[in-house]
Design a protein around this ligand. Structure first.
Ligand code: CAA
Ligand code: NAD
Length: 296
Protein backbone atom coordinates (compact mmCIF):
# COMPACT_ATOMS: atom_id res chain seq x y z
CA UNK A 1 0.00 0.00 0.00
CA UNK A 2 1.27 3.46 -0.87
CA UNK A 3 1.98 5.82 2.01
CA UNK A 4 -0.55 8.61 2.54
CA UNK A 5 0.55 11.69 0.66
CA UNK A 6 1.59 14.36 3.17
CA UNK A 7 1.54 17.22 0.68
CA UNK A 8 -1.32 19.68 1.14
CA UNK A 9 -0.13 23.09 0.03
CA UNK A 10 1.62 23.56 -3.30
CA UNK A 11 3.60 26.63 -4.32
CA UNK A 12 3.87 27.42 -8.02
CA UNK A 13 6.39 30.07 -9.04
CA UNK A 14 5.83 31.61 -12.44
CA UNK A 15 2.35 31.69 -13.93
CA UNK A 16 3.13 31.69 -17.63
CA UNK A 17 2.28 28.87 -20.04
CA UNK A 18 3.46 26.08 -17.74
CA UNK A 19 2.94 27.52 -14.25
CA UNK A 20 -0.70 28.37 -14.97
CA UNK A 21 -1.33 24.78 -16.12
CA UNK A 22 0.45 23.29 -13.11
CA UNK A 23 -1.45 25.54 -10.68
CA UNK A 24 -4.73 24.65 -12.40
CA UNK A 25 -4.30 20.87 -12.21
CA UNK A 26 -3.02 21.05 -8.62
CA UNK A 27 -6.11 23.03 -7.55
CA UNK A 28 -8.40 20.68 -9.49
CA UNK A 29 -6.72 17.74 -7.72
CA UNK A 30 -7.66 19.17 -4.30
CA UNK A 31 -4.41 20.86 -3.24
CA UNK A 32 -4.25 24.38 -1.84
CA UNK A 33 -2.13 26.35 -4.27
CA UNK A 34 -0.13 29.55 -3.82
CA UNK A 35 0.94 31.15 -7.11
CA UNK A 36 3.76 33.67 -7.27
CA UNK A 37 4.53 36.03 -10.16
CA UNK A 38 7.02 38.88 -10.50
CA UNK A 39 4.58 41.79 -10.54
CA UNK A 40 0.88 42.64 -10.46
CA UNK A 41 0.54 42.70 -14.26
CA UNK A 42 2.08 39.24 -14.77
CA UNK A 43 0.06 37.90 -11.84
CA UNK A 44 -3.19 39.20 -13.28
CA UNK A 45 -2.36 37.72 -16.71
CA UNK A 46 -1.62 34.34 -15.07
CA UNK A 47 -4.80 34.47 -13.00
CA UNK A 48 -6.82 35.18 -16.16
CA UNK A 49 -5.17 32.27 -17.98
CA UNK A 50 -6.17 29.84 -15.23
CA UNK A 51 -9.69 31.23 -14.97
CA UNK A 52 -10.20 31.01 -18.75
CA UNK A 53 -8.99 27.41 -18.84
CA UNK A 54 -11.25 26.41 -15.93
CA UNK A 55 -14.24 28.14 -17.57
CA UNK A 56 -13.50 26.39 -20.86
CA UNK A 57 -13.44 23.03 -19.08
CA UNK A 58 -16.91 23.81 -17.67
CA UNK A 59 -18.13 24.91 -21.11
CA UNK A 60 -16.90 21.61 -22.56
CA UNK A 61 -18.61 19.72 -19.73
CA UNK A 62 -15.30 18.26 -18.53
CA UNK A 63 -15.69 19.95 -15.15
CA UNK A 64 -18.79 20.88 -13.17
CA UNK A 65 -19.31 24.53 -12.20
CA UNK A 66 -19.11 23.44 -8.51
CA UNK A 67 -15.73 21.76 -9.06
CA UNK A 68 -14.46 24.82 -10.91
CA UNK A 69 -15.53 27.07 -8.04
CA UNK A 70 -13.95 24.71 -5.51
CA UNK A 71 -10.68 24.65 -7.50
CA UNK A 72 -10.74 28.44 -7.80
CA UNK A 73 -11.25 28.85 -4.06
CA UNK A 74 -8.13 26.73 -3.41
CA UNK A 75 -5.95 29.13 -5.44
CA UNK A 76 -4.27 32.19 -3.97
CA UNK A 77 -2.04 34.66 -5.76
CA UNK A 78 0.89 36.75 -4.59
CA UNK A 79 3.84 38.75 -5.86
CA UNK A 80 5.76 38.11 -2.63
CA UNK A 81 8.25 35.22 -2.36
CA UNK A 82 7.58 34.91 1.45
CA UNK A 83 3.99 34.03 0.49
CA UNK A 84 5.38 30.58 -0.41
CA UNK A 85 6.89 29.92 3.03
CA UNK A 86 4.13 27.57 4.20
CA UNK A 87 4.16 25.25 1.16
CA UNK A 88 4.90 21.51 1.37
CA UNK A 89 6.29 21.54 -2.17
CA UNK A 90 7.33 24.47 -4.35
CA UNK A 91 7.33 23.96 -8.12
CA UNK A 92 9.36 26.48 -10.05
CA UNK A 93 8.19 27.31 -13.59
CA UNK A 94 9.95 30.61 -14.31
CA UNK A 95 12.10 31.65 -17.25
CA UNK A 96 14.66 29.06 -18.43
CA UNK A 97 17.70 30.73 -16.85
CA UNK A 98 19.94 29.15 -14.22
CA UNK A 99 20.74 32.54 -12.75
CA UNK A 100 17.07 33.46 -12.27
CA UNK A 101 16.18 30.02 -10.91
CA UNK A 102 19.08 29.96 -8.44
CA UNK A 103 18.30 33.45 -7.20
CA UNK A 104 14.75 32.26 -6.49
CA UNK A 105 15.74 28.96 -4.84
CA UNK A 106 18.35 30.65 -2.66
CA UNK A 107 15.70 33.02 -1.34
CA UNK A 108 13.16 30.22 -0.87
CA UNK A 109 15.72 28.09 0.97
CA UNK A 110 15.86 30.62 3.78
CA UNK A 111 12.06 30.91 3.98
CA UNK A 112 10.61 27.42 3.63
CA UNK A 113 10.44 24.73 6.30
CA UNK A 114 12.81 21.77 6.54
CA UNK A 115 10.26 19.38 5.04
CA UNK A 116 9.48 21.47 1.95
CA UNK A 117 10.43 19.83 -1.34
CA UNK A 118 11.83 22.04 -4.07
CA UNK A 119 10.98 21.03 -7.63
CA UNK A 120 11.92 22.56 -10.96
CA UNK A 121 9.97 22.25 -14.20
CA UNK A 122 13.08 23.08 -16.22
CA UNK A 123 13.25 21.75 -19.78
CA UNK A 124 17.00 21.62 -20.17
CA UNK A 125 18.95 22.71 -17.10
CA UNK A 126 20.20 20.05 -14.73
CA UNK A 127 18.48 19.76 -11.35
CA UNK A 128 21.95 19.33 -9.82
CA UNK A 129 22.90 22.88 -10.82
CA UNK A 130 19.94 24.22 -8.84
CA UNK A 131 20.03 21.78 -5.92
CA UNK A 132 23.71 22.49 -5.26
CA UNK A 133 22.91 26.18 -4.73
CA UNK A 134 20.64 25.32 -1.77
CA UNK A 135 21.09 23.73 1.64
CA UNK A 136 18.59 20.99 0.71
CA UNK A 137 19.97 19.04 -2.26
CA UNK A 138 18.44 15.87 -0.75
CA UNK A 139 14.97 17.46 -0.94
CA UNK A 140 15.25 18.65 -4.52
CA UNK A 141 13.76 17.00 -7.62
CA UNK A 142 12.78 17.74 -11.17
CA UNK A 143 9.07 17.64 -11.98
CA UNK A 144 8.93 18.10 -15.72
CA UNK A 145 5.42 18.66 -17.06
CA UNK A 146 4.41 18.87 -20.73
CA UNK A 147 2.56 21.54 -22.61
CA UNK A 148 -0.47 21.90 -22.48
CA UNK A 149 -0.31 20.73 -18.86
CA UNK A 150 -4.04 20.00 -18.41
CA UNK A 151 -3.92 17.61 -21.38
CA UNK A 152 -0.51 15.92 -21.48
CA UNK A 153 -0.38 12.92 -19.16
CA UNK A 154 3.37 12.64 -18.64
CA UNK A 155 5.53 14.00 -15.83
CA UNK A 156 9.24 13.21 -15.70
CA UNK A 157 10.30 12.88 -12.06
CA UNK A 158 14.01 13.58 -11.94
CA UNK A 159 16.43 12.53 -9.22
CA UNK A 160 19.99 13.75 -8.83
CA UNK A 161 22.72 11.76 -7.11
CA UNK A 162 21.80 13.71 -3.94
CA UNK A 163 17.99 13.33 -4.00
CA UNK A 164 16.84 11.18 -1.08
CA UNK A 165 14.72 8.11 -1.75
CA UNK A 166 11.98 9.57 0.47
CA UNK A 167 11.87 12.83 -1.50
CA UNK A 168 11.75 11.00 -4.81
CA UNK A 169 8.91 8.77 -3.59
CA UNK A 170 6.93 11.77 -2.29
CA UNK A 171 7.37 13.62 -5.59
CA UNK A 172 6.42 10.52 -7.58
CA UNK A 173 3.27 10.00 -5.47
CA UNK A 174 2.46 13.70 -5.83
CA UNK A 175 2.64 13.48 -9.65
CA UNK A 176 0.22 10.54 -9.50
CA UNK A 177 -2.09 12.52 -7.21
CA UNK A 178 -2.23 15.17 -9.96
CA UNK A 179 -3.62 12.50 -12.27
CA UNK A 180 -0.41 12.26 -14.27
CA UNK A 181 1.68 9.29 -15.35
CA UNK A 182 5.14 9.75 -13.85
CA UNK A 183 8.33 8.24 -15.23
CA UNK A 184 11.67 8.22 -13.42
CA UNK A 185 14.47 10.09 -15.17
CA UNK A 186 18.11 10.65 -14.38
CA UNK A 187 19.40 14.18 -14.12
CA UNK A 188 20.87 14.83 -17.53
CA UNK A 189 20.08 17.91 -19.58
CA UNK A 190 16.86 17.15 -21.52
CA UNK A 191 15.94 14.21 -19.23
CA UNK A 192 14.21 11.66 -21.51
CA UNK A 193 11.73 13.41 -23.81
CA UNK A 194 13.58 16.61 -24.70
CA UNK A 195 16.72 14.67 -25.58
CA UNK A 196 14.74 13.34 -28.54
CA UNK A 197 12.19 16.10 -29.12
CA UNK A 198 14.44 19.17 -29.11
CA UNK A 199 16.76 17.93 -31.94
CA UNK A 200 13.61 17.13 -33.96
CA UNK A 201 12.28 20.70 -33.62
CA UNK A 202 15.70 22.22 -34.35
CA UNK A 203 16.13 19.94 -37.34
CA UNK A 204 12.83 21.13 -38.78
CA UNK A 205 14.16 24.71 -38.58
CA UNK A 206 17.41 23.65 -40.26
CA UNK A 207 15.46 21.99 -43.09
CA UNK A 208 13.49 25.21 -43.48
CA UNK A 209 16.76 27.17 -43.65
CA UNK A 210 17.91 24.78 -46.41
CA UNK A 211 14.74 25.53 -48.35
CA UNK A 212 13.43 21.96 -48.33
CA UNK A 213 9.79 23.11 -48.18
CA UNK A 214 7.58 25.80 -46.66
CA UNK A 215 6.59 26.04 -42.99
CA UNK A 216 3.06 24.83 -43.79
CA UNK A 217 4.23 21.95 -46.01
CA UNK A 218 6.74 20.66 -43.46
CA UNK A 219 4.00 20.82 -40.80
CA UNK A 220 1.45 19.10 -43.04
CA UNK A 221 4.07 16.51 -43.96
CA UNK A 222 4.81 15.49 -40.39
CA UNK A 223 1.16 15.65 -39.33
CA UNK A 224 -0.32 13.64 -42.18
CA UNK A 225 2.73 11.56 -43.03
CA UNK A 226 3.58 10.47 -39.52
CA UNK A 227 0.35 11.01 -37.61
CA UNK A 228 1.92 13.57 -35.28
CA UNK A 229 -0.76 15.66 -33.52
CA UNK A 230 0.85 18.89 -34.76
CA UNK A 231 3.67 19.78 -37.14
CA UNK A 232 7.08 20.90 -35.80
CA UNK A 233 6.55 24.63 -36.40
CA UNK A 234 3.16 24.71 -34.68
CA UNK A 235 4.88 22.82 -31.86
CA UNK A 236 7.72 25.39 -31.73
CA UNK A 237 5.09 28.13 -31.48
CA UNK A 238 3.33 26.19 -28.71
CA UNK A 239 6.50 25.73 -26.68
CA UNK A 240 7.56 29.37 -27.15
CA UNK A 241 10.33 30.42 -29.53
CA UNK A 242 12.22 32.27 -26.76
CA UNK A 243 12.03 29.21 -24.52
CA UNK A 244 13.14 26.88 -27.32
CA UNK A 245 16.11 29.15 -28.02
CA UNK A 246 17.19 29.07 -24.37
CA UNK A 247 16.72 25.29 -24.22
CA UNK A 248 18.84 24.88 -27.33
CA UNK A 249 21.64 27.06 -25.98
CA UNK A 250 21.67 25.17 -22.67
CA UNK A 251 21.67 21.72 -24.28
CA UNK A 252 24.37 22.73 -26.76
CA UNK A 253 26.49 24.10 -23.93
CA UNK A 254 26.07 20.77 -22.10
CA UNK A 255 26.68 18.30 -24.94
CA UNK A 256 28.59 20.35 -27.56
CA UNK A 257 26.76 18.37 -30.23
CA UNK A 258 25.59 20.14 -33.37
CA UNK A 259 22.10 18.68 -33.18
CA UNK A 260 21.39 20.82 -30.08
CA UNK A 261 22.86 24.04 -31.54
CA UNK A 262 20.38 26.90 -32.09
CA UNK A 263 19.86 27.42 -35.84
CA UNK A 264 20.49 31.08 -36.84
CA UNK A 265 16.87 31.45 -38.00
CA UNK A 266 15.65 30.60 -34.49
CA UNK A 267 17.75 33.43 -33.12
CA UNK A 268 16.48 35.88 -35.77
CA UNK A 269 12.87 35.10 -34.88
CA UNK A 270 13.54 35.65 -31.17
CA UNK A 271 15.29 38.94 -31.95
CA UNK A 272 12.18 40.08 -33.81
CA UNK A 273 10.13 39.40 -30.64
CA UNK A 274 8.14 36.59 -32.26
CA UNK A 275 7.90 34.30 -29.21
CA UNK A 276 5.20 32.00 -30.57
CA UNK A 277 1.55 31.56 -29.75
CA UNK A 278 1.83 33.25 -26.34
CA UNK A 279 2.94 36.53 -27.96
CA UNK A 280 0.65 36.21 -30.99
CA UNK A 281 3.43 35.61 -33.55
CA UNK A 282 6.14 33.01 -34.10
CA UNK A 283 6.44 30.90 -37.21
CA UNK A 284 2.74 31.66 -37.55
CA UNK A 285 0.51 34.65 -36.89
CA UNK A 286 -2.00 33.46 -34.27
CA UNK A 287 -4.25 36.53 -34.21
CA UNK A 288 -6.98 35.18 -36.50
CA UNK A 289 -9.19 32.10 -36.44
CA UNK A 290 -6.50 30.00 -38.09
CA UNK A 291 -2.70 30.33 -37.84
CA UNK A 292 -1.13 31.95 -40.90
CA UNK A 293 2.54 31.26 -41.74
CA UNK A 294 4.75 34.36 -41.52
CA UNK A 295 7.77 35.20 -43.68
CA UNK A 296 11.03 33.59 -42.52
N1 CAA B 1 -5.93 23.25 -21.92
C1 CAA B 1 -6.90 22.33 -21.72
N2 CAA B 1 -7.36 21.50 -22.68
C2 CAA B 1 -6.82 21.64 -23.91
C3 CAA B 1 -5.82 22.59 -24.21
C4 CAA B 1 -5.36 23.41 -23.14
N3 CAA B 1 -4.41 24.33 -23.31
N4 CAA B 1 -5.50 22.47 -25.52
C5 CAA B 1 -6.27 21.49 -26.01
N5 CAA B 1 -7.05 20.98 -25.05
C6 CAA B 1 -8.01 19.88 -25.16
C7 CAA B 1 -9.17 20.26 -26.03
O1 CAA B 1 -10.18 20.87 -25.26
C8 CAA B 1 -9.62 18.93 -26.58
O2 CAA B 1 -10.41 18.23 -25.65
P1 CAA B 1 -11.65 17.33 -26.15
O3 CAA B 1 -11.07 16.35 -27.14
O4 CAA B 1 -12.12 16.67 -24.90
O5 CAA B 1 -12.60 18.29 -26.75
C9 CAA B 1 -8.31 18.12 -26.69
O6 CAA B 1 -7.36 18.78 -25.83
C10 CAA B 1 -7.81 18.11 -28.11
O7 CAA B 1 -7.70 19.48 -28.52
P2 CAA B 1 -8.10 20.03 -29.96
O8 CAA B 1 -9.17 19.16 -30.53
O9 CAA B 1 -8.36 21.49 -29.86
O10 CAA B 1 -6.78 19.92 -30.79
P3 CAA B 1 -5.81 18.71 -31.01
O11 CAA B 1 -6.56 17.46 -31.24
O12 CAA B 1 -4.81 19.18 -31.99
O13 CAA B 1 -5.07 18.56 -29.61
C11 CAA B 1 -3.09 18.99 -28.42
C12 CAA B 1 -4.34 19.60 -29.05
C13 CAA B 1 -3.51 18.09 -27.25
C14 CAA B 1 -2.27 20.14 -27.93
C15 CAA B 1 -2.38 18.12 -29.50
O14 CAA B 1 -2.22 18.87 -30.68
C16 CAA B 1 -1.02 17.63 -29.06
O15 CAA B 1 -0.90 16.65 -28.33
N6 CAA B 1 0.06 18.30 -29.52
C17 CAA B 1 1.41 17.96 -29.17
C18 CAA B 1 1.76 18.60 -27.87
C19 CAA B 1 3.16 18.28 -27.46
O16 CAA B 1 3.93 17.64 -28.15
N7 CAA B 1 3.52 18.77 -26.27
C20 CAA B 1 4.85 18.66 -25.76
C21 CAA B 1 5.57 19.96 -26.00
S1 CAA B 1 7.26 19.86 -25.48
C22 CAA B 1 7.18 20.08 -23.82
O17 CAA B 1 6.17 20.36 -23.24
C23 CAA B 1 8.47 19.89 -23.07
C24 CAA B 1 9.39 21.02 -22.99
O18 CAA B 1 10.15 21.06 -22.02
C25 CAA B 1 9.50 22.04 -24.04
P1 NAD C 1 6.64 31.60 -19.88
O1 NAD C 1 7.54 32.59 -20.52
O2 NAD C 1 5.31 31.33 -20.47
O3 NAD C 1 6.39 31.97 -18.35
C1 NAD C 1 7.42 32.25 -17.44
C2 NAD C 1 6.79 33.12 -16.35
O4 NAD C 1 7.68 33.19 -15.24
C3 NAD C 1 6.51 34.55 -16.80
O5 NAD C 1 5.14 34.82 -16.59
C4 NAD C 1 7.42 35.41 -15.91
O6 NAD C 1 6.83 36.63 -15.52
C5 NAD C 1 7.58 34.50 -14.71
N1 NAD C 1 8.77 34.74 -13.88
C6 NAD C 1 10.02 35.02 -14.27
N2 NAD C 1 10.82 35.12 -13.18
C7 NAD C 1 10.04 34.90 -12.08
C8 NAD C 1 10.27 34.85 -10.67
N3 NAD C 1 11.48 35.06 -10.16
N4 NAD C 1 9.22 34.59 -9.86
C9 NAD C 1 7.99 34.36 -10.37
N5 NAD C 1 7.72 34.39 -11.69
C10 NAD C 1 8.73 34.64 -12.53
O7 NAD C 1 7.50 30.25 -19.79
P2 NAD C 1 6.97 28.74 -19.72
O8 NAD C 1 6.82 28.22 -21.10
O9 NAD C 1 5.85 28.66 -18.76
O10 NAD C 1 8.27 28.03 -19.12
C11 NAD C 1 8.55 28.05 -17.73
C12 NAD C 1 9.52 26.93 -17.41
O11 NAD C 1 8.96 25.67 -17.80
C13 NAD C 1 10.86 27.03 -18.15
O12 NAD C 1 11.86 26.52 -17.32
C14 NAD C 1 10.65 26.11 -19.36
O13 NAD C 1 11.84 25.60 -19.88
C15 NAD C 1 9.82 25.01 -18.73
N6 NAD C 1 8.97 24.23 -19.65
C16 NAD C 1 8.40 24.84 -20.72
C17 NAD C 1 7.59 24.08 -21.56
C18 NAD C 1 6.91 24.71 -22.75
O14 NAD C 1 6.44 23.97 -23.62
N7 NAD C 1 6.82 26.02 -22.83
C19 NAD C 1 7.35 22.73 -21.30
C20 NAD C 1 7.97 22.15 -20.16
C21 NAD C 1 8.77 22.91 -19.36
Amino acid sequence: MEAKLDIKTVGVVGCGLMGSGIAEIAAKSGFDVVVREVDAGALEAGEKRIRKSLDKAVEKEKLSAEDRDAAWSRLSFTTEVPGLAGCDIVIEAIVESLEAKNELFTELDGLCGEGTIFASNTSSLTITDMAAATQRPDRFVGLHFFNPVPVMKLVEVVRTIATSGETFDRAFAFAKALGKVPIAAKDNSGFVVNLLLVPYMLDAIRQLERGVASVEDIDTGMQLGCGYPMGPFVLCDFVGIDTLYRISEIMFEEYREERYAPPPLLKRIVTMGRFGRKSGKGFYDWSGDKPVALPV
